[in-house]
Design a protein around this ligand. Structure first.
Ligand SMILES: NC(=O)c1ccc[n+]([C@@H]2O[C@H](COP(=O)([O-])OP(=O)(O)OC[C@H]3O[C@@H](n4cnc5c(N)ncnc54)[C@H](O)[C@@H]3O)[C@@H](O)[C@H]2O)c1
Length: 349
C-alpha cells in the first residue's frame, strides 16, 4: 500500500513511517518541520527506495494537491498536529489553525483526489486523534472511554482535536469519503520530543535537576508504547471498517506520580547515582490549568474486532524507553535548545 503519512517527522508519525517501511509499504512523509519535528527520527529509512519526504504545511491546499497528484497514495494517515497541551494554553490559535483548518484542507485535498480517481472504495483517510476529546473520567476503574463516549474536550488542544474529529466524520457522512478514526491514550517511547513528561523526567533525572510533577501527581493516564500504537494504526488502516472509530489504549493506567517513581527505579537500576535515588529529585509544581483527572481506554473494540492488544507492559516499555534515551544523547541533546523546551509552559490561563 502507498501511504501518505502527515506529521511523519514527529514522535508517533515517525514510528508509523519506520514500521510501515519495515512491513513493505511505500511511504510519503508530509511534514512542515515545526519545532516538534526531527528528520533524524526517520533517518533509518531516509534512503529506502519506498520512502519519500515532502516538506509542506497541511494548511497549504495547493501544496497538498500537488503532493496527492505526484504520489497518488492508496491511503492517508493524518497525524500532523500541534500536540502539546501546555503550548495550547499559552497560544491556542496555532492549534485551531493546524488541527482544525489544516485537517479541513487535508480532507478537501483528499476528497478532490479521491473523486478524480473515480471514488475507489478501498481508499482510506485515517484520522489519528486523542482520548482527550472525551474529557476527564472519575476515579471509578469500571468507567472508561468507549467509542460512544460523548465528546467533552476541556483544553484548547483537546477542543481542536475534537473539532477535527467532527470534520472527518462529516466528510464521510456528507461526501462519502472512506474514513477511519482512532483515539489513543498517552504515548511514550523512543524519539519522544523532550518537552513531554516521560523524556523530561528521564533527562532531568540524568542532569541532576528537579523532576517536576504537576499538582499532587494523582492525574491518571493510560500509557501506550509508541511502537505498539504504530502497529495498531497499521491494523486499523488495513482492517478497520469505513466510518468507524477505534479507541487505542495501553491497558496501563498509572498516576503521574507512580509513573515517575517507576522511571526513577528503572534509572536507579540502569545508571545508579553515587548516592540516593533519582526519586529524591521529585518536585511538586503548580498544576496545569484545567488538568484532566483521569483518562482510561476501554480497549474492547480493538481487541475483539481487530485482534489487537499492546505487546508490552508499562514496566517493559519504560525500561526500553529509558535505555533508548541513555543510548541516544546525540538525538535529544540538540532538541533541548529548541524554543520553549526546558521552561514551564501553559501558565498563561
Ligand atoms: N503523543 C501522544 O501521546 C498523543 C496521544 C493521542 C493522540 N496524539 C495525536 O497523534 C498525532 C501525532 O502526535 P505526536 O505526539 O507524534 O506529535 P508531534 O508534535 O511529535 O509531531 C507532530 C508533527 O506534525 C508536524 N506538523 C505540525 N503542524 C504541521 C502543519 N501545519 N503541517 C504539516 N506538518 C505539521 C510537526 O512538524 C511534527 O513533525 C497528533 O495528531 C496528536 O494529536 C498524540
Amino acid at each position: 500500500m502507498k501511504l501518505l503519512v502527515t506529521g511523519g517527522a514527529g514522535f508517533i508519525g515517525s514510528a508509523v513511517v519506520r514500521l510501515a517501511i519495515a512491513r513493505g509499504h511505500s511511504v510519503v512523509n508530509l511534514d512542515a518541520l515545526t519545532y516538534a519535528a526531527c528528520l533524524d527520527n526517520v533517518a533509518s529509512v531516509a534512503d529506502h527506495p519506498d520512502y519519500a519526504f515532502e516538506q509542506a504545511d497541511i494548511r497549504d491546499r495547493a501544496a497538498l494537491d500537488r503532493i496527492f497528484a505526484t504520489h497518488r497514495p492508496d491511503a492517508v494517515m493524518h497525524l500532523a498536529a500541534e500536540s502539546h497541551v501546555d503550548r495550547s494554553i499559552d497560544g491556542p490559535a496555532d492549534f485551531i489553525a493546524t488541527n482544525v483548518t489544516g485537517t479541513l484542507q487535508m480532507l478537501e485535498a483528499a476528497r478532490a483526489y479521491w473523486t478524480a480517481q473515480g471514488k475507489p472504495a478501498d481508499f482510506r483517510f485515517h484520522h489519528i486523534s486523542t482520548d482527550e476529546v472525551f474529557g476527564s473520567l472519575p476515579a471509578d476503574p469500571a468507567i472508561k472511554f468507549t467509542e460512544t463516549t460523548a465528546y467533552d474536550p476541556r483544553s484548547p488542544y483537546a477542543a481542536s482535536k475534537a473539532g477535527s474529529d467532527h470534520l472527518v466524520r462529516a466528510w464521510h457522512e456528507t461526501y462519502g469519503l472512506p474514513v477511519v478514526l482512532t483515539n489513543c491514550s498517552n504515548n511514550y517511547g523512543p524519539y519522544h520530543f523532550p518537552e513531554k513528561l516521560v523524556p523530561v523526567i528521564i533527562l532531568n533525572a540524568l542532569a541532576g535537576k528537579p523532576l517536576p510533577i504537576y499538582g499532587d501527581g494523582s492525574n491518571v493516564r493510560d500509557w501506550l508504547y509508541v511502537e505498539d500504537h504504530a502497529d495498531a494504526l497499521l491494523q486499523v488502516i488495513a482492517k478497520g471498517a469505513v466510518g468507524r472509530s477505534y479507541n487505542i489504549g495501553g491497558e496501563n493506567e498509572r498516576s503521574n506520580l507512580d509513573l515517575v517513581q517507576m522511571l526513577c527505579a528503572i534509572l536507579d537500576d540502569l545508571r545508579p547515582k553515587a548516592s540516593g535515588s533519582y526519586a529524591d529529585q521529585i518536585s511538586f509544581v503548580p498544576d496545569r490549568p484545567g488538568h484532566d483527572a483521569r483518562y482510561a481506554i476501554d480497549p474492547r473494540r480493538m481487541r475483539d474486532e481487530l485482534g489487537w492488544r499492546p505487546s508490552v507492559t508499562i514496566d517493559q516499555g519504560l525500561r526500553l524507553t529509558a535505555q533508548w534515551y541513555l543510548a541516544n544523547e546525540s538525538w535529544w541533546r540538540p532538541l533541548q535548545a529548541r524554543q520553549g523546551v526546558g521552561t514551564r509552559l501553559g501558565t498563561k490561563a
